[in-house]
Design a binder for this molecule. Sequence first.
Ligand SMILES: [Mn+2]
Length: 350
Amino acid sequence: MKLGLGFHRYQISRDNFRFARQAGCTHVVVHLVERLREGLPPGTDEFCLGMTRARGVVWSFEELAAVKKLANDEGLQLEAIENIDPSFWSDILLDGPRKQQQLESLKRLLRSMGRLRIPILGYNFSLAGVWGRVQGPFARGGASVPAFQPNHPLQDQPLQHGLLNNIVYDTAAPRAAIANVSREELWQRLADFLKALVPVAESEGVRLAAHPDDPPVPMLRQTPRLLHQPEHFEQLLSLVPSPANALEFCAGTIQEMSGADVYEAADRYSRQHAIAYVHCRNVVGKAPDYREVFIDEGDMDVPRLLRVLHRNGFDGVVIPDHTPQMTCAAPWHAGMAHALGYLQAVLKSL
Ligand SMILES: [Mn+2]
């Protein structure tokens, strides 16, 4: 197993890649979705993450090549691109008129990744995305983390047009709730997406890796969520069986799932060679009442999880996902350095 670190676009820099290398990483994962806070349309909900800059123009070969070169120059491999910009696939998620056009654009992205030998495209087939949590001093020593609490009023707030995954992709969209979508319809849209893209990914040597719904609850913002129990991965994999139809195994999210056994899920899906890469963070509680915590602090026995993966021959990358913000001049870096040190020690002991 290999150690990696994930970076948002604004964090992609020589210094941050050097930080990852210094902490023992050999691989990096990048989120290229660019979110702008300025110019948001009036009436946008205050909790959204911002507006996409991409406006439907899929990341170019040259842009990806530059990120990969920066990583390689610092002695790191670029393992995955994580998350698809809402403007690249809004009509795939919502079954709109530009669906075919957007599928073709994503095929181009996969071909660029294939040429560059970037092995994984992580995605989250979700309308509401990560939503409805509160931030507070809920981890050890009062470190700031997100928590999900039962019946918080935000959780039922309807999803508006022009917004997906908490990112505004269409500033001209009407300020009104989207039409109701059934769970069956949303599964059909996911099937359409996989049927179009998996064959291209497979021929390019790229794996599509599905992240479970975080928070893992059946409904959020009055929209269904597809991957909120471990067995839902089985359903996803069976839609288009292929090595290119794989999982972004987010252990923290799976631990949060009500009734789920994260070790059993790790065992089942690593035996199937379905895990493209792993997010490893810890949590206390289960949906709908949990909080994120330090990696050594939560309900999940992280060494046990990694032993299961190792025993089944999983040889991919593990990243810390997110960590509590530590009280110091560099809260993100300190949190990540702590998690990476812990993970590195466990990996060495396997
Ligand atoms: Mn995750």
